[in-house]
Write a protein that binds this ligand. Structure first.
Ligand SMILES: NC(=O)c1ccc[n+]([C@@H]2O[C@H](COP(=O)([O-])OP(=O)(O)OC[C@H]3O[C@@H](n4cnc5c(N)ncnc54)[C@H](OP(=O)(O)O)[C@@H]3O)[C@@H](O)[C@H]2O)c1
Length: 312
């Protein structure tokens, strides 16, 4: 019988990164439709620090204290009553239902799949939210078709780098924006044109496109409306869409919340096994350095996803 006390990061009150406390807690037990995962790695997403800061407390309150994070990769330790889809010992990745910055997490069998053998747990933890958001942004919301041109604003981010690769795989012409130091990396991922936002104003650099995926928000989102062809799509994951402006320009605008599913995770695993898609880790931190991982993520710059390496 394994020790029932585990280490978790918990947040007792909304606030700065210092609210991330490493604590001993009881190991959770999986219920019907759930498995318990021994977490080897957890992805650090911007939404994690937005929740921690209390940005969403009015419409998406958390019961305090809570364990932050959602992206996990690890080994199935135990399955809930009646679960046959997974077995103890399997290496998996997906979304946790009760937080990810912990040694053991609960995951629904609906948001979990088998980890591709060719990637590590740290690498697999970069996938769930980032790749799901990219896929649903460019295909489900953006309606991207082969031969069309897509502009990915924020191509180096944990969402953007998947969007570049999925669009390239689909046969679209891909343009990405990034800072100067990530230009070569984004080209290697399959972007046909890479624009360094530090020295090139975007409005001078591109013809109108079929789709813009905005992962940056602010002025980047505001400038993106003018870059879409009439009848084309602007999808933002980092700001509120301006419907009136879109109507005036004759374009579609949308925002959405990503929904992780086992089916999509399987699709990503297959693309990775086939060598069509690569993952990139910006930096790994130990669980005890969750504070630093959030400070890093909040800087808003980097190439790929920040990861908490929790077990070897
Ligand atoms: N709606 C949803 O379901 C959903 C899901 C996931 C994420 N999001 C949101 O989407 C945003 C991005 O998430 P993420 O995980 O990709 O973040 P991330 O991994 O932190 O990446 C942010 C990226 O933005 C780039 N960047 C910063 N300023 C830029 C600019 N002016 N132009 C172009 N690129 C710029 C940075 O690249 P450089 O280092 O090269 O500057 C960095 O790679 C966050 O606000 C997040 O909360 C929403």
């Amino acid at each position: 019988m394994a020790d029932s006390t585990i280490q978790s990061i918990r947040v007792h009150q909304y606030g700065g990164p210092e609210q991330l406390k490493l604590e001993q807690v009881q190991r959770p037990t999986p219920k019907e439709g759930e498995v318990l995962v021994r977490v080897h790695a957890a992805g650090v997403n911007p939404v994690d620090w937005k929740i921690r800061r209390g940005d969403f407390q009015n419409f998406w309150p958390r019961e305090l204290p809570y364990v932050p994070g959602a992206d996990i990769a690890g080994i199935v330790e135990e399955v809930g009553p009646g679960v046959t889809a997974f077995q103890p010992g399997q290496a998996v990745f997906g979304q946790s239902a009760n937080g990810a910055y912990t040694e053991y997490a609960i995951a629904s069998i609906e948001t979990l799949t088998i980890k591709p053998e060719k990637i590590s747990f740290d690498e697999a933890a970069t996938i769930p939210i980032g790749a799901t958001t990219a896929w649903q942004g460019i295909f489900d919301n953006g309606k991207l078709q082969p031969g069309q041109t897509v502009l990915i604003q924020g191509a180096a981010g944990g969402v953007g780098l998947f969007a570049v690769q999925f669009a390239h795989w689909k046969g679209a012409h891909v343009i990405g924006t990034t800072s100067g130091k990530h230009v070569d990396a984004i080209r290697q991922l399959g972007a046909d044109t890479v624009i360094n936002y530090e020295d090139t104003p975007i409005e001078n650099a591109v013809e109108k496109v079929d789709l813009v995926l905005d992962t940056v928000g602010g002025t980047t989102l505001a400038q993106s409306y003018q870059l879409v062809k009439r009848g084309g799509h602007l999808v933002t994951i980092a700001g509120a869409p301006d419907e009136a402006k879109a109507k005036e320009l004759g374009i579609h605008v949308a925002s959405f919340s990503a929904k992780v599913s086992s089916q999509l995770l399987q699709q990503f695993a297959q693309l990775i096994e086939e060598g069509q898609v690569r993952v990139i880790i910006e930096k790994t931190y130990p669980l005890s350095a969750a504070v630093q991982s959030h400070e890093h993520s909040q800087s808003g710059h980097g190439l790929g996803r920040i990861v908490l390496h929790i077990a070897d």
